[in-house]
Design a protein around this ligand. Structure first.
Ligand SMILES: Nc1ncnc2c1ncn2[C@@H]1O[C@H](COP(=O)(O)OP(=O)(O)OP(=O)(O)O)[C@@H](O)[C@H]1O
Ligand SMILES: [Mg+2]
Length: 399
């Protein structure tokens, strides 16, 4: 038995939703219905099945109906027609009381904007959901602490939300959902507001958590890379309809129609990948206080003409060339300070699109450095990583 089944789900927003459904069933398009009646078709005959322990990804462009579908699953939005069946029980036929119970025990939602209460500590935010269910203070505190541990936030229990980074806030959002110990996690663009590196980290952690805890997860994203990485199954939506449901490989190798194909080709285009996606570990760097002989050995070891030089806290300070290094050895220098060139480095931010880095990388003899706002070196882009990304459409898996 599938964990969750959505059967012929419809949602029409407007004055006469039932009539709207009738019109869609008669074959009118979303556009026609909007023009003729002013009503919006949010979800149009959507059916899918999710197995227990699976990550089911819903993707599609903005306005395609992803959020409406996920909100219909716990009846946060009342479907106009269709059935939601969880563990064989029809949610759409339940009374308010029964529904409240299912919402509390089987499903939790994680939102994009974290939705944390600013005046409450992290642990108090985490137990908030349990608090409104009147779970006794001692029990809910215990569950909240355990959930915070799971998402790696031990030590931050007494902090306040504004003391946390975006990635940490999203972990709290996740902990709050986990504290409920739900069987199904509903995640609507939960990682979309995070910067690329943190986002990748959260994706890895979600996969790990899911393998450990065997949750069933419905995950919305508009990012195909994220969908391919996380999804056991991916459902593609357009204008409220399902275009394709399949395993990541099916979607890539067998796009159901032109729309999916365009979406898939999108992954392979250089304008979607960012510096963070293709950078490699900064093995071409050296600390400023290292001596020229060591620098020379490093150049030889990797066959390099230049090294990037880092200072305190891995901040990028400049470059040294192999010729300058040789001179420094002859001059008996003990550090690289006197031969450091600060004006030759090309710095880019992690979210810079590849298409904006290609020329820079191909022209420059020094690897392009990827740095954060604090000038901390995150990685380097070498010619090989660009070529690889252009040929395969993928970043460097080892980065
Ligand atoms: N409360 C509402 N009232 C009227 N129309 C709505 C409402 N909520 C959503 N819609 C419409 O339903 C359609 C689907 O919206 P939905 O929010 O589900 O899209 P989405 O795929 O989640 O988009 P996004 O990626 O921007 O979050 C859109 O045309 C939207 O305008
Ligand atoms: Mg949405």
């Amino acid at each position: 038995m599938s964990k969750l089944v959505a059967k012929n789900l419809y949602k029409v927003f407007g004055s006469h939703p039932k009539r709207g459904v009738k019109l869609v069933r008669e074959g009118k398009t979303k556009k026609e219905i909007l023009k003729e009646t002013g009503m919006t078709v949010g979800v149009n005959d959507v059916s899918f099945e999710v197995e227990e322990g699976e990550i089911f990804v819903i993707m599609g462009l903005s306005g395609s109906g992803k959020s409406t579908v996920i909100r219909c699953l716990n009846r946060l939005i009342e479907p106009t027609a269709g059935d939601i069946i969880i563990d064989g029980k029809n949610l759409t036929k339940m009374t308010k009381q029964e529904l409240i119970k299912v919402r509390r025990t089987s499903m939790s939602m994680v939102f994009q904007n974290f939705a944390l209460l600013p005046n409450r500590t992290i642990v108090s935010n985490t137990e908030y959901g349990l608090e409104i269910q009147n779970v006794p203070p001692k029990v809910r505190r215990e569950k909240a602490l355990e959930a915070l541990k799971l998402v790696g936030l031990e030590g931050y229990e007494e902090s306040y939300p504004d003391q946390l980074s975006g990635g940490m806030k999203q972990r709290v959002g996740l902990a709050r959902a986990l504290a409920n110990d739900p069987e199904i996690l509903l995640m609507d663009e939960a990682f979309s507001a995070l910067d690329p590196l943190i986002r990748t980290e959260m994706q890895d952690e979600l996969i790990e958590l899911q393998q450990k805890m065997k949750k069933t997860i419905i995950f919305i994203t508009h990012d195909l890379d994220e969908a391919l990485k996380l999804g056991d199954q991916i459902m593609l939506m357009k204008d409220g309809e399902v275009i394709q449901i399949g395993k990541p490989e099916d979607i890539l190798s067998n796009p159901a129609d032109e729309y999916v194909e365009r979406f898939v080709q999108g992954v392979n285009r250089s304008d979607l990948l960012t510096a963070a996606d293709i950078m490699v570990k900064p093995w071409t760097t050296i600390g400023i206080h290292k001596g020229p002989r060591f620098a020379f050995a490093e150049c030889k070891k990797y066959g390099l003409e230049h090294l990037l030089v880092t200072g305190e806290g891995r901040t990028l300070t400049g470059t040294v060339s192999i010729d300058a290094i040789k001179e420094a050895i002859e001059a008996g220098e003990s550090t690289l300070e006197n031969i450091l060139k600060t004006d030759e480095v090309n710095r880019v931010a992690p979210d810079t699109k590849i298409k904006d880095i290609i020329e820079l990388t191909l022209q420059s003899s020094v690897p392009v450095a990827v740095v954060n706002e604090d000038e901390k070196l995150l990685g380097v882009i070498i010619k090989g990583s660009i070529l690889r990304a252009l040929m395969t459409g993928r970043g460097d898996e080892d980065a």
